[in-house]
Design a protein around this ligand. Structure first.
Ligand SMILES: NC(=O)c1ccc[n+]([C@@H]2O[C@H](COP(=O)([O-])OP(=O)(O)OC[C@H]3O[C@@H](n4cnc5c(N)ncnc54)[C@H](O)[C@@H]3O)[C@@H](O)[C@H]2O)c1
Length: 266
């Protein structure tokens, strides 16, 4: 039989728990993993939407997909969510810490302690507590992985998004540290994501004009990304195809800003 390189991207016998999976990037990851053969739990603050998205993905893929309410800033809800996943699907092999977001802070010096702490809780600590709850099950699974939704501003900070930027930078460090702590047991990687325009941009305080400008970023690909562009990277990292990749911060962002030394025509 001919060699099938795509077989390594199959997620048969994998059980994935995806936080913030009710919409956009998390939803695309859930759809992609289920399409690759995984059983999927979508955990989201919006429980109704998580259930509706799960139903839609289950009917599109024929896979078991469930949704539930889980506020990832609440330790008790995290534990209940992991327990329900294991109970429903008989284990847990694949954790995706996808929840995260921030708001525009035009003056970094005006950012309050409360804003900094809230951002750290949502973008960083939630992932640590989720790992703590999931690790005992991941360690018993085949091809166990933790993959995180990071941000380009966690590498190169946006000063007008300083609470979010610094929390995402901390996430990178936290997860690289955990990759070392779980050496030979669990692979841990973070995808730092570029601009994927969603309704979240409006709630973050960016108006329509700014969003339009962001649609045409000066990156090497010359376009903003889609949730599927991002989900494809998660599939590689979480499936057996990514079996030799751990402790990495992978940029999926259309490339860096286009740089030229000599000013002139494009
Ligand atoms: N969209 C982008 O351009 C972009 C760029 C860089 C990084 N990211 C990162 O990618 C991830 C997904 O981004 P998105 O644009 O799809 O986000 P989104 O805002 O569209 O979706 C996030 C989901 O998380 C859920 N959520 C929010 N708070 C929660 C909580 N406390 N507990 C559980 N669920 C919660 C929301 O209900 C929502 O369904 C985030 O971590 C974000 O920081 C996004």
């Amino acid at each position: 039989m001919a060699f099938d390189p795509f077989a390594q991207f199959r997620m048969t016998d994998h059980v994935a728990l995806i936080t913030g999976g009710a919409q956009n990037i998390g939803e695309a990851i859930a759809l992609t993993f289920a399409g690759a053969g995984a059983k999927v739990m979508i955990a989201d603050l919006n429980g109704e939407k998580a259930e509706a998205t799960a139903k839609k993905i289950a009917s599109e893929t024929g896979q078991p997909v469930l949704g539930m309410k889980c506020d990832v800033t609440d330790d008790a809800q995290i534990k209940a969510c992991v327990a329900k996943t294991v109970d429903a699907f008989g284990g847990l092999s694949t954790l995706v810490n996808n929840v995260g977001w921030g708001e525009v802070n035009p003056d970094p010096l005006a950012v309050t302690n409360e804003q900094m702490i809230a951002s750290y809780k949502l973008n960083t600590l939630s992932a640590l507590r989720m790992v703590e709850a999931a690790a005992p099950y991941l360690k018993n699974a085949k091809n166990p992985t933790i993959t995180n939704s990071g941000s380009m501003v966690g590498l190169l900070p946006a000063f007008d998004f300083i609470a979010y930027s610094s929390a995402k930078a901390a996430l990178n460090h936290l997860m690289t540290g955990l990759a070392h702590a779980f050496a030979r047991q669990i692979r841990v990687n973070t995808v730092v994501i570029g601009t994927v325009i969603t309704e979240g941009y409006a709630s973050a305080g960016l108006d329509a004009k700014v969003q339009e400008a962001l649609m045409n970023p000066n990156n090497l690909a010359g376009r903003s990304g889609t949730p599927q562009d991002v989900a494809n990277a998660f599939l590689w990292l979480a499936s057996p195809a990514g079996g030799w990749v751990s402790g990495q911060i992978l940029q999926v962002s259309g490339g860096p800003k286009k740089v030229r030394l000599v000013p002139g025509a494009e």
